[in-house]
Design a binder for this molecule. Structure first.
Ligand code: NOJ
Length: 514
């Protein structure tokens, strides 16, 4: 204990230094236009956090079923209990309170509200649960920032339709969204329809590593699917489902409830691997086949030109009616930004097989290395390299392409390997996570200050270690460590650092307002 407290004192000094470094640079226009309304939060999702997988009338969802199939999850675990936030939310609110966040991003479990989709009744117990959570958050001055679906849908709908492959699911989503706005919209001011629909479409329908496990060779080995076509059909239905939900919100609720609605995209920055025109165009295509794929239709009413050129008839078409409904179909863009990759042209000079090289991925090889050197320090997962410069480039790109639509950094975080052999010191003294957050926040602050990017909030992924999809519990993102057996939450250095960072920023904002 003695040793721990001495090192804790040392760590706190470090924390202060990190904070002072950021604040004293006087770059903190993290307040942006909306000054004191800037949201600092942590992010989560229902399947990764809640547990209680069949409690109080909830039915099975696609992830319940998928994670129970042997071989799908690296460590053979599932989200049946996860970190049991369904029961322990008051305790988690204490942790948030201590850190001083003013917002919490979480998602609603569709199967908890509508166990059978629109083919059954509303589950009152599910409504009650989220009412309690929302009220408890507001009581502590923490704004709920709510996602309607974070990869999970009632299994009933996956079985009926193959999930997002059917246009009929648009009506289900509209119906579900309407219920959420009706029951929770008097208190929820920030709605996002989907979390990372680009990842969902790619992993669910191209590589098949997420439910509904659709794919075809050489992209993956599944029982059924068509990796070259289905991702675009699923995405098309998701885009129209988003539009349907936004339409309901705008026509029935927004005026009275005075909230805003957007969508959250996974946003990887693609850096051209060389200064050649071919590689620059490849990076642009990579972006179009990843983010603009969704945001262009929602903001501009059409798919990116590169997608039309390369996909031809494989790209579904929007009707005139769709296009009208889609335009300006969001109030904000949620950006989940963690990492960057290099992008190399494969259209002019063909590449060996690899990620991104196919026609339906835009002929742009995605690689983490250039001349044998990583784009940033590797982490515990093969998709996350520390490259804070990407934050500035990504936010600037989205700002410019989408007319400086208000943005939120809805996720940013650092992965470490869960390893029972690590010492307490290694487990809790997460200096690499602190340095990651510090550098990415610094880049964000610079972008807001120098480019005038309208960023209105920042959420760390995540408050707690949790169920990391196909990696199970082998990877940890938490500001707090969670013991897998007792579920005890213990703060890491990064929790204290974030707390101090928020205090310093809040002081700055207040003094700027005087
Ligand atoms: C993005 C996803 O939204 C979230 O569910 C996931 O756990 C984190 N990234 C980390 O991979």
């Amino acid at each position: 204990m003695e040793v721990l407290s001495v090192s804790h004192a040392f760590l706190m000094t470090e924390i202060m230094c990190f904070s002072i470094l950021v604040v004293s640079c006087n770059h903190i226009s993290l307040k942006g236009n909306s000054q004191s309304n800037f949201l600092f939060g942590t992010a989560s999702s229902s399947y990764q956090f809640e547990g209680a997988f069949l409690n109080d009338g909830k039915s099975l969802n696609n992830w319940d079923v998928f994670s129970h199939k042997p071989g799908n999850i690296l460590d053979g675990t599932n989200g049946d209990i996860a970190v049991d936030q369904y029961h322990l939310y008051q305790e988690d609110l204490d942790l948030m309170d201590y850190i001083g966040v003013n917002s919490y991003r979480f998602s609603i479990s569709w199967a908890r509200i509508l166990p059978k989709g629109r083919f059954g009744k509303v589950n009152r117990a599910g409504i009650d649960h989220y009412n309690k959570l929302i009220d408890a958050l507001l009581l502590r001055g923490i704004q709920p920032f709510v996602t309607l679906t974070h990869y999970d849908i009632p299994q009933e709908l996956e079985d009926r339709y193959g999930a997002w492959l059917s246009p009929l699911l648009q009506e289900d989503f509209r119906y579900y969204a309407d219920i959420c706005f009706k029951f929770f919209g008097d208190r929820v001011k920030y709605w996002s329809t989907f979390n990372e629909p680009n990842v969902l479409a790619i992993r669910g329908y191209r590589s098949g590593i997420y439910p509904p496990s659709h794919c075809s060779l050489p992209f993956g080995n599944c029982i059924s699917g068509d990796s070259e076509r289905e991702p675009f059909i699923a995405a098309h239905n998701i885009i129209l489902s988003h539009a349907a939900a936004v339409n309901v919100y705008r026509t029935k609720y927004q005026k009275k409830q005075e909230g805003s609605i957007g969508i959250v995209m996974n946003a990887v920055w693609y850096e051209p691997i060389s200064s050649s025109l071919e590689d620059k165009l490849a990076a642009e295509r990579a972006q179009s086949f990843y983010i603009n794929w969704f945001l262009d239709p929602i903001v501009h009413g059409r798919y990116p030109a590169e997608m039309h050129e390369l996909l031809g008839d494989d790209l579904p078409e929007f009707s005139m009616f769709d296009m009208e409904m889609l335009k300006n179909g969001l109030d904000f863009i949620g950006i989940n930004h963690y990492t960057s990759f290099y992008s190399k042209d494969c259209m002019i000079s063909p590449c060996e097989p690899g990620p991104g090289v196919s026609r339906t991925e835009g002929y742009a090889l995605r690689t983490a290395q250039k001349d044998g050197i990583y784009i940033g320090e590797p982490t515990a997962v093969d998709w996350l390299y520390v490259h804070p410069q990407g934050m500035e480039k990504m936010v600037t790109y989205i700002k410019e392409r989408y007319n400086n639509t208000p943005m939120f950094i809805t996720e940013n975080g650092y992965a470490e390997e869960a390893n029972s052999n690590t010492t307490n010191e290694e487990q809790f003294n997460d200096v690499k996570r602190v340095e990651y957050m510090r550098s990415y926040l610094q880049a964000l602050a610079d972008t807001m200050r120098t480019k005038g990017a309208d960023v209105r909030g920042y959420f760390v992924w995540s408050l707690l270690d949790n169920f990391e999809w196909t990696s199970g519990y082998t990877v940890q993102f938490g500001l707090h460590h969670v013991d897998n057996v007792t579920l005890k939450r213990t703060p890491r250095l990064s929790a204290d650092w974030y707390r101090q960072f928020i205090v310093n920023n809040t002081l700055q904002i207040l003094s700027a307002q005087e």
